[in-house]
Design a protein around this ligand. Structure first.
Ligand SMILES: NC(=O)c1ccc[n+]([C@@H]2O[C@H](COP(=O)([O-])OP(=O)(O)OC[C@H]3O[C@@H](n4cnc5c(N)ncnc54)[C@H](OP(=O)(O)O)[C@@H]3O)[C@@H](O)[C@H]2O)c1
Length: 248
């Protein structure tokens, strides 16, 4: 049976239904590091992926797209620019994503808060706390009731676990992110979608630094396994890459 004939038949409706079951992820901040590796991991698991870079230059994500048989779409957004977030929302509006995952963040290093300029404090807070939640607010409609909305947090954002300071502004930005995500979840108390704050462990990336305990390969499959384990569960969870609960 030719495709033209099939397109008019019930058989093809079944065919399209089966093929539309392919999972889709939208990963924000995937030019390098953990976001890039998450995009690669989801492709390996058969998902269709849309992932973002921020600049105009070519990145490893573009190289990955070249070898992904059309299953990886590269989009552009700087999460600190609301107009760019709105434009991204408009571009992806017709796609339903099983996963929206906001990975992007920055660090200002291991600096005591007393040494930090107001400008740096604002930049880290706006990038790591305000902007991810704005992305979640702006893009949440592309995630169906069965989907997951995830944000990369950090155990550094745990108030309970902070008994030795260090990375004080980065730490505070992740605590603020967690709090904002809790507010989002509280405002969507009857929302069936799963919401996750994920800690990937301490990983050797540009942000994690060369002394970090884990390689990207040791972290990211666990991050993705953890997201998959919680799929369809509902509620808000703060967990690490081994699906261990992180205390608030
Ligand atoms: N590595 C660790 O040990 C560790 C531990 C705990 C949590 N985390 C979290 O894991 C996530 C990924 O970290 P990573 O280690 O992979 O860091 P990374 O290698 O420095 O990568 C950061 C990513 O975020 C993007 N990004 C930064 N600011 C952005 C903005 N304003 N708009 C859009 N994209 C932006 C970067 O894009 P550009 O290439 O354009 O800069 C890059 O793709 C972060 O949320 C981080 O806080 C990491």
């Amino acid at each position: 049976m030719g495709l033209g004939r099939a397109l008019a038949s019930d058989d093809v409706l079944k065919y399209m239904t089966n093929h539309s079951k392919q999972n889709t992820a939208l990963i924000i901040g995937a030019s390098r590091g953990l976001g890039l590796a998450m995009a690669a991991e989801y492709l390996t698991r058969g998902w269709n992926v849309t992932a973002t870079v921020r600049g105009d230059g070519r990145t490893e994500l573009h190289d990955l797209a070249d070898s992904a048989d059309g299953r990886l779409t590269v989009e552009k957004v700087d999460i600190t620019v609301p107009e760019q977030v709105a434009a991204l929302r408009a571009r992806v509006a017709s796609t339903a994503f099983d996963l929206l995952f906001v990975n992007a963040a920055i660090t200002n290093g291991d600096v005591q808060v007393t040494e930090v300029s107001t400008e740096t404090f604002n930049r880290v807070m706006v990038t790591n706390a305000l902007s991810p939640i704005r992305v979640v607010e702006a893009l949440q409609d592309v995630v169906p009731p069965t989907g997951t909305i995830g944000v990369m947090s950090s155990t550094q954002g745990s108030l309970t676990r902070n008994d030795r300071a260090g990375y004080e502004v980065y730490r505070a930005s992740k605590s603020a992110l967690n709090q904002l995500m809790r507010s989002f979840a509280a405002r969507h108390a009857h929302d069936p979608r799963t919401m996750l704050l994920l800690c990937p462990g301490w990983v050797r990336t540009e942000l994690g630094g060369p002394a970090a305990l884990l390689t990207i390969e040791e972290s990211v499959p666990g991050v993705v396994d953890t997201i998959e384990k919680h799929a369809g569960e509902g509620g808000l969870h703060f967990v690490n890459y081994q699906d261990q609960v992180v205390p608030w």
